[in-house]
Design a protein around this ligand. Structure first.
Ligand code: ATP
Ligand code: MG
Ligand code: MG
Length: 406
């Protein structure tokens, strides 16, 4: 493979992307702090030390690669726009003009997704169902009006810089308003109607471009539908495939996820988070324009992983629909996030327990150093013919982690 991939961000997603790239002998250079998780496993000498929020650092990465991508959406999009030659990186960008560096997904997609309010407006304008939402200022009276309009509880969210629920505040009654405004002080806000979901689902979608006669057309394909379980707004467990969901809903979820991603310019994988509402309908919660926590299971469970798929998409390599399916149709997978506790080595204790007790555990540790409460330090995936068996095998590990976090 003769193209070098530059990655904005060197966290765990960048690290797993690097692993996938190494198998295809694709060179990866990473922009992030020295010794970030992705750099630890990649001995090339032209990584960039710096920040994906700094224009000069991003420019330096652009000079070191042919195709640039992201593992985190909180990057400087002004510089990405400039490096794209000012053109909107539509899927037919090659017919317009060769930009300085190919960037996927497009700066427009990343900018849109960075602002969760704009993202929701975009989804709604394309007929994708989402919870009702309203912009709101830092004003107790305005929040009280929102409570009347959307009903209590509602979710107050930061429009920007949100991850792992840091940016969300559930407002259960008007007496929570002051605490909510204090928790999200200084952040641009919007409010969302509470979604009474019976389950959260997620679908990884791969978007590629293919030349049909003279036109480039974008193609979307979906990985299986999974169930995600969140605790305190942080993903804890992923069940793949989603169980106890009828086939029609599974197909609707894949269709909806593909539709939601279909009109976002640029190539790559996208994580689509959804709510399955009590009445059986589906709503999109949000889209991640990159590999996603709900897709880690694909490393062991599917013919190709979300990381393989991302590389193939941005490098224009073939991806068949079948390659996104379970490698063994009878496989069930559970992915468990090892979140940090108070003890800086809490994640190692969970990993050691898995080493001792669960032969089939696929253990991933991210190399982030000391644990901090709620920080994603690693994950464990288990495959089994039976979801019940996988659950029983995972149980002592979940209990050990819960105890360490208590
Ligand atoms: P991520 O790490 O996925 O980027 P985030 O910080 O962007 O997280 P969201 O995805 O908006 O946060 O919300 C995190 C979780 O909070 C959701 O997965 C869900 O469990 C809960 N949640 C979010 N919005 C709502 C809502 N409108 N109603 C009920 N629960 C919600
Ligand atoms: Mg998010
Ligand atoms: Mg989310």
């Amino acid at each position: 493979m003769d193209k070098t991939v530059g990655v904005l961000g060197g966290g765990q997603l960048g690290r797993m992307l690097t692993e996938a790239a190494s198998r295809l002998n694709v060179k990866v250079v990473t922009l992030d702090a020295a010794n970030s998780p992705a750099k630890q496993i990649n001995a090339v000498t032209d990584h960039i030390t710096g920040s994906f929020k700094n224009a000069d650092d991003v420019r330096r990465l652009a000079h070191a690669c042919d195709v640039m991508t992201i593992e985190i959406e909180h990057v400087d999009t002004e510089i990405l726009e400039e490096l794209s030659g000012g053109f909107q990186t539509r899927d037919d960008w090659r017919l317009v003009r060769g930009p300085e560096v190919e960037i996927h997904p497009s700066w427009e997609t990343i900018r849109l997704i960075q602002d969760k309010y704009e993202q929701k407006k975009h989804l709604a304008s394309h007929g994708i169902c989402t919870p009702a939402f309203e912009p709101v200022d830092h004003d107790p009276a305005a929040l009280s009006d929102i409570g009347t309009k959307l009903g209590f509880p509602f979710m107050l969210k930061s429009r920007t810089e949100a991850y792992d629920g840091r940016g969300n505040y559930p407002v259960r009654s008007s007496s929570d308003i002051d605490a909510a405004l204090k928790a999200l002080v200084g952040r641009p806000l919007y409010a969302e109607k509470w979604a009474d979901f019976k389950m959260e689902l997620a679908v990884m979608v791969v978007k590629t471009a293919q030349k049909a006669s003279d036109e480039w057309e974008s193609i979307t394909k979906a990985f299986p539908v999974v169930e995600t379980v969140h605790e305190d707004s942080i993903c804890k467990l992923v069940y793949a495939p989603a169980c106890n969901v009828d086939q029609a809903t599974i197909q609707d979820a894949q269709r909806m996820a593909r539709a939601a991603v279909g009109n976002l310019p640029g190539k790559g994988v996208f994580g689509v988070e959804m709510f399955l509402i009590e009445d059986g309908s589906l709503m999109v919660n949000e889209i991640a324009p990159r590999p996603h926590n709900s897709g880690h299971y694909t490393i062991e469970a599917c013919h190709i992983s979300q990381y393989d798929a991302h590389l193939r998409a941005i490098l224009d390599l073939p991806i068949s629909q079948n390659s996104l399916n379970f490698a063994n149709p009878s496989n069930n997978a559970i992915m468990f996030n090892i979140l940090g506790g108070e003890d800086p080595e809490s994640h190692l204790r969970v990993a050691n327990k898995a080493l001792l007790l669960v032969d089939e555990a696929k253990i991933h540790l991210y190399g982030k150093g000391d644990a901090r409460p709620g920080r994603k330090m690693g994950h464990i995936t288990l495959l089994s013919d039976s979801m019940q068996v996988a659950q029983a095998r995972m149980k002592p590990l979940v209990e050990a982690a819960d105890e360490l976090r208590a």
